[in-house]
Design a protein around this ligand. Structure first.
Ligand SMILES: CC(C)(COP(=O)(O)OP(=O)(O)OC[C@H]1O[C@@H](n2cnc3c(N)ncnc32)[C@H](O)[C@@H]1OP(=O)(O)O)[C@@H](O)C(=O)NCCC(=O)NCCS
Length: 280
């Protein structure tokens, strides 16, 4: 039975993500639910959650599919397909449904999304830096968190060509998320269950971005760190490499859009890190 997910399902959802070796925390599931409670679903059989999917409306223009997980022993029985169809049919019908849907697909799941009309846009890579054993640095001075600055929203909109402000405001308001901003952009980072996670990072210039990123990384040198970036973003790759990161995984960013020329982000040069595969 497919039904809406609620907070009581999070422990079961965490078991599914652990079976898949993912990095999300309870907090990440809560964020997904907070952003769009109506668009997260579980498949429950005999009182057990065996699959999950989210299809979060991030704004008027953009929706994102994520957290597509099925218990290993229940795979290849159409459970993910059922969840995806259910999630998208609810979210794509009616007024206010986003014009673009996106997701970051593992190789295993890519055929499933192709069958639903998603088209490959580009490669997205996970880079990793191992724990270096060095002592932790100072926490960078945290900006005032009262409201998400309009100037930052404008930079993000320029990069993405659509509205991600609900997601960014949620991250901005979360005390476990570390944030650095300067007039040219912003960089966030947050804890993960197996590695500290850098992102999202969006900015107009690589030099101040590298300074912001270094500020965040310095405090986490003793931890393994993940950084997800678009393979086409040469500047992000250069900064990642210079700071000790190496690519460890490749996924495919896919879009379902009326206009097949649409891209997300629209200017990949401004996107130095994405927010995790469950978001744009
Ligand atoms: C990917 C995953 C969600 C698929 O769940 P599932 O319930 O087994 O998928 P379905 O049975 O609905 O499969 C739908 C279609 O996807 C494709 N597919 C699914 N698993 C596949 C695999 N291991 N290899 C190749 N194709 C696969 C097939 O085309 C399949 O249709 P078919 O069985 O009629 O050939 C599941 O394997 C999983 O949890 N994997 C680990 C986490 C993950 O990668 N999630 C996707 C994130 S983008």
């Amino acid at each position: 039975m497919i039904r809406r997910m609620n907070a009581r399902d999070i422990p079961a959802a965490m078991c599914l993500k652990e079976a898949a070796g993912w990095n999300q925390t309870t907090n990440d599931w809560e964020r997904v639910l907070r952003l769009d409670r109506e668009a997260c679903f579980v498949d429950e059989r005999g009182g057990h959650v065996i699959g999950t999917t989210s299809a979060v409306r991030l704004g008027a223009d953009l929706g994102w599919v994520g957290m597509v997980l099925v218990l290993p022993r229940m795979r290849r029985r159409g459970i993910a397909r059922g969840l995806l169809q259910h999630a998208l049919s609810g979210c794509r019908s009616g007024r206010g449904s986003p014009r673009i849907w996106g997701l970051d697909a593992t190789d295993m799941a890519r055929p499933l999304y192709e069958q639903s009309g998603f088209q490959a846009q580009e490669v997205i890579e996970r880079w990793q830096r191992p724990a270096e054993g060095a002592t932790a640095g100072e926490r960078p001075e945290q900006p005032e968190r009262g409201h998400w600055p309009g100037s930052m929203q404008a930079i993000d909109r320029r990069a993405y060509g659509c509205d991600r402000s609900a997601l960014l405001l949620d991250l901005w308001s979360d005390p476990t998320v570390e944030a650095v901003t300067d007039p040219s952009g912003f960089a966030f980072g947050r804890p993960g269950s197996s590695a500290w996670f850098l992102g999202p990072c969006v900015g107009l210039e690589p030099r101040p971005m590298e300074a912001m990123v270094r500020g965040l990384l310095s405090r986490h040198a003793h931890e393994r760190i993940f950084w997800d970036l678009l393979a086409s973003s040469t500047k992000a790759r250069e900064i990642a490499r210079r700071n000790g990161f190496r690519p460890v995984r490749r996924l495919t960013r896919m879009l379902l859009a009326e206009d097949p020329a649409r891209r997300c982000p629209s200017d990949a040069d401004l996107v130095f890190a994405t927010p995790g595969f469950e978001f744009a």
